[in-house]
Write a protein that binds this ligand. Structure first.
Ligand code: ADP
Ligand code: MG
Length: 423
């Protein structure tokens, strides 16, 4: 995939209507009060919006939020699958479910952050959006409703993409969190408008793309998280690129079991043991150093207050489960990143949500904060862990897209990036 894409700086936006795809899929309070519990994603979009406004553009922003049922039929189908009696489902209830996923609270917050009015459309490409977009002046901002209120969005329907494009003269994508999806507003629309990236995507492509295509070596990849099955693509792709691969988290036990270790009640994906052996072989064939835990902190139950003990890897007693890497492994892994040129980290080393089992993840975060290496954090939970443990501003880059960064590291083509103009 070509990562060298045109950005907002490569085009003239002055006097133009710009359709800007953002990732405003922010967490909202569960009580339906419309309170945004974390506005990080809105803040992250500000530099591109501000730049476009400064250039004299009129900004038509759009985003998805959650997973609304775009039609009453799909609402009934989804709720029935969840065990609801179809006879009890009303159009009223469906409309309420949509209202809970309206972008109106985002428009209000964006307006506060920008310090200027943000107009809100009642629909995505309907009469209200069309009229407001047509009347929009340079320096003004309009936010369209949740793009997934249109059933064509997730189907990448060309008719919807064309209507979205019809409101603007330029398409700017800054929704890195959604570039792994070929939807009408993330990819389809680029068929009808010149398409460039905003600053968020530009930075993701520069840093992650740079590390994958031409890393400062040695390149050390730290891979953890819960499951081998969700990280196979990343392990396989990074084995082609990295000098050292470090395995931690729940997936280490599948590797351990594959080598004949006792893993007790630890997370184990028996179906992936053979694959784990293949990866070990591939590493050996390619001369990639692959490090596995040498000890483990195991617990007598999956709980924050579990009793714990440190045991050697592959010697976890029955009834116990590994929830973190052990102290010897910590020093081994911290040594391995010391002289790295680049470190890519995806997946926590243990169940960091429980403080008693966060030590491995914290030690690795601390080690990364002290290296001179380019440090890149991908993956939603890894980013959350680094933030929660207070090391966020010590890293070169924390990706703004969980699923997207994973697919990026798997070496897959990202439809929302591929559709942008090459430099
Ligand atoms: P990311 O979102 O960064 O890609 P994953 O989703 O793959 O990461 O994995 C994160 C989850 O893995 C965390 O919720 C963490 O608790 C869990 N995890 C890490 N180590 C273990 C373990 N030893 N046993 C069970 N779960 C684990
Ligand atoms: Mg995750």
């Amino acid at each position: 995939m070509n990562y060298n894409k045109k950005t907002v700086r490569d085009v003239d936006a002055a006097g133009k209507k710009v359709l800007l795809r953002c990732d405003f899929n922010v967490p909202m309070a569960k009580d339906g009060s419309g309170v945004i519990t974390d506005d990080k994603r809105i803040r992250a979009a500000l530099p591109t919006i501000q730049y476009l406004l400064d250039q004299g553009a009129a900004v038509i922003a759009c985003s998805h939020m959650g997973k609304p049922a775009a039609t009453f039929e799909t609402y009934v189908k989804k709720q029935t699958e969840k065990g609801k009696d179809p006879a009890s489902l009303t159009e009223e209830a469906w409309k309420q479910s949509l209202a809970a996923l309206s972008l109106k609270p985002v428009a209000a917050r964006l307006s506060e952050l920008l310090g200027r009015e943000v107009l809100m459309a009642d629909d995505v490409v309907g009469p209200d959006a069309q009229a407001k977009a047509a009347a929009l002046q340079p320096g003004q901002v309009l936010l369209l409703e949740n793009t997934r209120f249109e059933k064509g969005e997730t189907k990448n329907d060309p008719a919807l993409a064309e209507k979205l494009a019809g409101m603007a003269e330029l398409y700017v994508s800054d929704a890195f969190g959604a570039v792994h999806r070929a939807h009408a507003s993330t990819a389809g629309v680029a068929q009808y408008l010149p398409a460039v990236s905003g600053f968020l995507i530009q930075r993701e492509l520069e840093v992650i793309g740079g590390a994958l295509a031409n890393p400062k070596r040695p390149l050390v990849a730290i891979l953890g998280g819960s499951k081998v099955s969700s990280k196979i693509g990343v392990i396989n792709n990074l084995l082609e690129i990295a000098d050292t691969i470090i395995i931690g988290g729940g997936m280490a036990y599948t590797f351990s079991a594959a080598q004949g270790g006792q893993v007790g009640d630890s997370l184990l994906e028996a179906d992936w043991m053979e694959y784990a052996l293949e990866m070990l072989q591939k590493a050996a064939d390619k001369g990639v150093k692959l490090l596995l835990p040498v000890d483990t902190v195991c617990a007598d139950k999956f709980a924050p207050d579990a009793a714990s003990q440190v045991v050697k890897a592959g010697q976890i007693p029955d009834g116990w489960q590994g929830l973190d890497i052990g102290p010897e492994t910590v020093s081994l892994y911290c040594d391995a990143v010391k002289d790295a040129g680049t470190v890519i980290w995806n997946g926590p080393m243990g169940v960091f949500e429980f403080p008693a089992f966060a030590k491995g993840t914290e030690a690795v975060a601390e080690a990364l904060s002290k290296t001179d290496a380019i440090t890149i954090i991908g993956g939603g939970d890894s980013a959350a862990a680094v933030q929660q443990l207070g090391y966020a501003d010590k890293m070169t880059h924390i990706s703004t897209g969980g699923g997207a960064s994973l697919e990026f590291m798997e070496g897959k083509e990202l439809p929302g990036v591929a559709c942008l103009l090459d430099k």
